[in-house]
Ligand binder design. Structure first.
Ligand code: AVJ
Length: 329
């Protein structure tokens, strides 16, 4: 039996690397091996995800872009109607290419608000602090770099106003239905009655359209998945050989679960540092990511289960995607 050290001696690694190491070992020693998709996003992963968003198979970005471009006036109107005076907090702001339309609209409407973008990437936040005020004169911005819940607490310290929380990009899809409920309940815990949440959901549609979005012909999504193995090799001194794995995306129309796996092509042993050996059997799967798809009823159920009331929905012209506005009850 292999003894797995949970952490190396103090001082040997940075805390972030310790947590990464711990999470990777935990996932790779579970009966169903898995990795946490939040680790996709190192510098290379960020760049690959940018490329995914450009792929014509990956329709999600275009859908939400259409909604924000064409309906920011209606969205702003709804926010002002339901919240009155508020500050705007965005979870996982990224480069904010979608939210700029809404930010601009609110400035145009003369709404007096501060925008608090939250992102796990320090790079993203410093970029936004440089670029956004130049793009949108008059915008008040306060970037928060860190984990969602920790930074929401920070935002609460900075404003006593009502809050409008943006959680776009179908990021909620990275949680299973059950985990999404827990996550929304936790979010609700950081909000007050009357606060608003605008969340993006990718909707159920023809299964082939969905599967293709995670199986692009150019192989960018495959590279995005393999990049996490490269990252583990580099940061945790492991020896994954991506030639010995195959990217296997799946979509189950009955549950709306779109799951990606990497399949081991042979019996092999992966080493992580000097201490850890992880055996893979031929055909064994490594579960990488869920991108959950929703029906409208399921989005309403999720709202109700977490203490929100759905008040408005915005769609792209094909109704492939929706941004839902929920009010805290
Ligand atoms: C960023 C979680 C919304 O699940 O569609 C895209 C991530 N993974 N292609 C998604 C992703 C593979 C994406 N989210």
């Amino acid at each position: 039996m292999t003894v797995i050290p949970t952490m190396l001696a103090p001082g040997k690694r940075k805390p972030a690397t310790d947590i990464f190491y711990h999470d990777v070992i935990q996932g790779l020693t579970a009966p169903q091996k898995y990795l946490d998709p939040k680790y996709f996003y190192d510098a290379t992963g960020d760049a690959l995800f940018q490329q995914i968003m450009q792929c014509h198979e990956y329709y999600l970005t275009g859908c939400e872009m259409e909604i924000l471009r064409q309906q920011s006036a209606q969205i702003a109107q709804a926010l002002q109607y339901y919240a009155g005076t508020f500050d705007l907090v965005e979870l996982g702001a990224g480069d904010a290419t979608k939210s700029v339309h809404l930010l601009q609209q609110l400035v145009n409407n003369g709404v007096d608000y501060t925008y608090f973008p939250i992102d796990i990437s320090a790079n993203v936040i410093s970029q936004l602090e440089k670029s956004l005020p130049a793009m949108i004169p008059g915008l008040r911005l306060h970037g928060l770099n860190g984990e969602y819940f920790h930074m929401l607490q920070q935002a609460n310290l900075h404003t006593s106003r009502k809050k409008v929380l943006l959680f776009m990009g179908a990021n909620i899809g990275n949680y299973s239905l059950h985990a999404a409920r827990t996550f929304c309940q936790q979010l609700r815990g950081y909000l007050q009655p009357g606060d608003l949440l605008l969340t993006g959901f990718d909707l159920k549609k023809h299964p082939k359209i969905i599967l293709n979005a995670y199986n692009d012909a150019a192989g960018i999504t495959r590279a995005f998945n393999f990049n996490l193995l490269h990252r583990i090799n580099r940061e945790l001194q492991a020896d994954f050989d991506t030639n010995k794995f195959e990217h296997y995306p799946t979509y189950d129309p009955a549950t709306g679960a779109c799951k990606s796996y990497l399949i081991s092509l042979e019996d092999q042993v992966i080493h992580i540092g000097k201490e850890v050996s992880i055996p893979f059997a031929e055909n064994e799967s490594l579960y990488m990511e869920i991108s959950q798809k929703y029906s409208l009823e399921e989005t309403d159920q999720l709202a109700a289960q977490a203490g929100f009331k759905p008040v408005a929905r915005f769609f792209d012209h094909r109704h492939w995607y929706t941004d839902c506005l929920w009010k805290c009850v």
